[in-house]
Design a protein around this ligand. Structure first.
Ligand SMILES: Nc1nc(=O)c2c([nH]1)NC[C@@H]1CN(c3ccc(C(=O)N[C@@H](CCC(=O)O)C(=O)O)cc3)C=[N+]21
Length: 418
């Protein structure tokens, strides 16, 4: 039995960048090469991307391997992929060399195209967009309802304190967005701005003050801190009951342990899981790959996926052939901060992609002079994945929604309100 490779050329829309990459091996009696010629995705049950199907037409374009073995000219067929796996294949032929070979090949390829088309297929595949902005809005509405109930019942409103050190423009924007989000749900926000050259002790002094203030239920120190400060020293000063970022080592440690719950789960990874949950994407038993191993996103994301019974692999800057590993992923979470690092060819057909990266790249055409892109090349990935988060409008808004959620949880806990 010879082995046969299945190739796809859907990694890029431009012919120049198109590469042929193996994504599957098959055993067939006669051996040969198969080129995936045309692919399209049909969604059955739009709310559940994991049930997406891909109909493919295969053609065997008489590759050298087949010629050498004198096994024939080519062949054709069509098949159905579901959830990234081949579910059925029909009309798969190898034509032996004969004077009718070319005609048979044309006929079978043509028939396969007709069958694929008859299945109601459009030529280009398109992943479902996981709309973080919309889901974040839904979550904010739920939180607002709960906060008004709590206020009516016990007269308490949750409070979030944000400490911003230095004058990084992006940090100032995030802090402004968080403040706006707090207002929109009825959380009182407190803000402290310190200059770039303030000391670690000054920051810790403010943290201690908020630790002792009963109207504050969550404390967030905006990262990154100026380089002369030890980030861990500062974060450790936040008392664990108000650590709504979940960055205290006690919370991180608890998250990493089996069967033990942290008081707070870090907002960004929590937002990723919440997106999967709200889109009905099953995690249990799936292969998940996390790109990046930061304390803030990668590590906690891997712990959460593991807790949901996925089989988790972490890929990082020292991983050899990362694309070989990501190509195995049913669920891929990218959190490395490198624009467009994940190409179409890194992705398994039908995979679900959660793109955490928010990278500013220069763009003269944009009014701001830059635009935001993820760690995943969206244009390529959306042709191969079954579902994908956009940037902006994906994980970012979810991070803020989870911060509000953690602050509400903290206030409820402090006042024994269920
Ligand atoms: N202690 C701490 N906690 C954090 O949670 C924290 C932090 N420090 N430092 C910085 C990062 C970054 N971060 C973002 C949150 C929301 C968006 C967000 O909403 N982004 C919008 C776009 C925003 C825009 O257009 O500029 C989106 O993706 O659609 C982005 C980034 C929280 N962080």
């Amino acid at each position: 039995m010879a082995s046969m490779m299945l190739f796809t050329d859907c990694s890029s829309s431009s012919a120049a960048a198109a590469r042929l990459l193996p994504f599957c091996r098959h055993q067939i009696p006669d051996g040969g090469l198969v080129q995936l010629h045309r692919s399209a995705r049909l969604q059955f049950g739009l709310s559940n991307p994991s049930s997406s199907r891909t109909f493919v037409t295969y053609t065997f374009p008489s590759p050298p391997l087949v010629k050498e073995r004198k096994e024939g000219l080519g062949g054709g067929g069509c098949g159905v992929w579901e959830g990234g796996r081949e579910k059925s294949i029909s009309l798969l032929f190898i034509i032996s060399s004969s004077k009718w070979g070319i005609l048979k090949w044309c006929l079978i390829t043509f028939t396969a195209y007709i069958i694929t088309a008859a299945a109601g297929v459009s030529v280009e595949a398109a992943a479902k967009v996981i709309d973080g902005k919309k889901v974040a809005k839904e979550i904010r509405d739920e939180i607002a309802t709960e906060i008004s109930k709590m206020k009516d019942a016990i007269g308490v409103v949750p409070g979030l304190a944000v400490i911003l050190v230095g004058d990084r423009k992006d940090s100032a924007t995030y802090v402004h967005n968080k403040k706006k989000a707090c207002e929109s749900v009825g959380i009182t926000s407190y803000e402290v701005r310190l200059s770039e050259d303030s000391t670690e002790q000054e920051v810790i002094k403010h943290i201690t003050c908020f630790n002792n203030d009963p109207s504050v239920h969550g404390i967030l120190v905006q990262l990154p801190l100026p380089s002369h400060m030890n980030e861990q020293n500062v974060l450790d000063a936040v008392c664990i009951e108000k650590d709504v970022d979940g960055f205290n080592p006690l919370n991180s440690g608890r998250l990493a342990m089996r069967g033990i719950e942290p008081l707070f789960v870090p907002c960004t990874p929590k937002g990723c899981i919440e997106l999967l949950r709200r889109y009905g994407i099953e995690i249990k038993g799936k292969r998940a790959v996390v790109l990046g191993r930061s304390n803030i996103v990668g590590r906690p994301a891997a712990s959460l996926l593991d807790g949901e019974d996925a089989t988790v692999t972490v890929v990082h800057s020292r991983t050899q052939n990362p694309e070989e590993i990501t190509r195995e992923a049913d669920i891929l979470i990218a959190a490395v901060g490198r624009p467009n690092m994940v190409r179409g060819s890194w992705i398994k057909p039908g995979a679900v992609i959660i793109d955490v990266g928010i990278n500013a790249v220069e763009d003269a055409k944009s009014p701001r002079g830059y635009r935001l892109v993820g760690d995943v090349c969206y244009e390529e990935a959306s042709k191969i994945a079954s579902a994908i988060t956009p940037v902006p409008g994906g994980v970012g808004p979810m991070t803020i929604a989870m911060l509000l959620s953690n602050t509400l949880v903290s206030a409820k806990r402090a006042h024994h309100f269920v």
